[in-house]
Design a protein around this ligand. Structure first.
Ligand SMILES: [Fe+2]
Length: 346
């Protein structure tokens, strides 16, 4: 394991943004793929900030993920049913999640105990490049304040997207890259807001265009894909090779819930770039550039349990899109890929 001055300082900055103080205790949750430089740097930063800390590495699970891709599935982990590990995290103040716990019931239980959780999955270079700041928080809160009060969203694009949804049943995702309040979860780095639509309320069409990104494929769409959506779910996936690939991938789950429309929102990170994904090998990045880039529209499919719903399907796609326009309650927030309202531009 190794650290650098830049990485150590970045960890100290993140933990300071998380309002860590020297009276607090911290669990570093490790997985088989936790980056050793993050482990070393986080430990050192915690020591320098005077916190009590322990590392917790869970046993292996029987789950075998395609390509080892933890973002491809939402599924049980070594934490599932592991009550001593759960208790340790409920009793500490901050969990540094370098494993990527399932964003389901265990995470909810830990947060309900007042513990803060900060997830870090990107490698050091992305972590350093997209390090969050206090201004990210202000920009994301300004956008999410509008979204969380909204009753409707309307999304269009020149490529032919035209989707409407209703809001009210489920919560809003507010990610600015640090966990600074009791019971708050966040993922560093990231800056976006999104919300889960009401059941069966999504209707219309999403047209994925060349340059849009499908996660977990971590690749750019090359040929247009038309997603036809009725009563909250995709019922047709039309197009050439990219459409067939998406259609056949989703079919492997054999789960109707995978076709439901999940969280919808937009990216607010000034330093994230839609082109960054093309610079990495797929195992080198968690694609937070793609999820966060400024003015992107995030379409997604599958589960809504995290937002308060009942769908736990493991088939989950995040699809950040270019050049879309987004209105909430008739107020335009994104204009062809550019943020509109002054307080969310920063
Ligand atoms: Fe997602």
């Amino acid at each position: 394991m190794a650290t650098t001055v830049a990485l150590l300082n970045a960890w100290k900055q993140l933990l300071t943004l998380c309002k860590l103080n020297d009276r607090e205790s911290v669990v570093i949750l490790l997985g088989d793929e936790s980056h050793p430089d993050h482990v070393a740097s986080a430990k050192l930063a915690l020591t320098m900030l005077g916190a009590r800390s322990m590392t917790l590495q869970l046993g292996e699970t029987s789950l075998v993920r395609i390509a080892g891709e933890s973002t491809a599935y939402y599924a049980p982990t070594g934490l599932t049913g592991n009550l001593p590990a759960l208790e340790a995290m409920k009793r500490c103040d901050l969990v540094i999640d370098l494993m990527g716990m399932y964003r389901g019931s265990e995470q909810e239980e830990i947060l309900a105990a007042g513990t803060r959780i900060i997830l870090v999955k990107e490698p050091p270079e992305v972590f350093l490049r997209l390090m969050p700041s206090a201004s990210d928080r202000e920009r994301v809160l300004a956008a999410s304040a509008v979204l969380s009060k909204a009753s409707t969203m309307h999304v269009t694009s020149a490529a032919g997207s035209d989707l409407t949804v209703r809001f009210g049943q489920y919560s809003t995702l507010v990610q600015y890259g640090f966990a600074d309040e009791p019971g708050r979860w966040d993922h560093c780095p990231s800056a976006f807001t999104a919300r889960w639509p009401d059941e069966r309320s999504a209707n219309g069409t999403i047209v994925l265009s060349p340059g849009d990104t499908i996660l977990p494929f971590k690749s750019y769409v090359q040929t247009p894909i038309t997603l036809s959506i009725k009563d909250g779910a995709i019922y047709d996936i039309a197009g050439a090779l990219d459409a067939r690939y998406l259609r056949d991938y989703m079919a492997t789950f054999n789960d109707p819930d995978g076709y439901a429309v999940s969280h919808l929102g937009w990216g607010l990170h000034r330093k994230a770039s839609w082109t960054a994904l093309g610079m990495y090998d797929k195992r080198q990045t968690n694609a937070m550039d793609a999820r966060s880039f400024y003015g992107s529209f995030m379409f997604s499919t599958g589960p809504n349990a995290e937002g308060g719903g009942t769908r736990h399907t493991p088939c989950h796609l995040d699809i950040p899109m270019l050049d879309c326009s987004v209105w909430v309650d008739g107020v335009q927030m994104v204009d062809q890929g550019d943020l509109v309202a002054a307080d969310q531009r920063g």
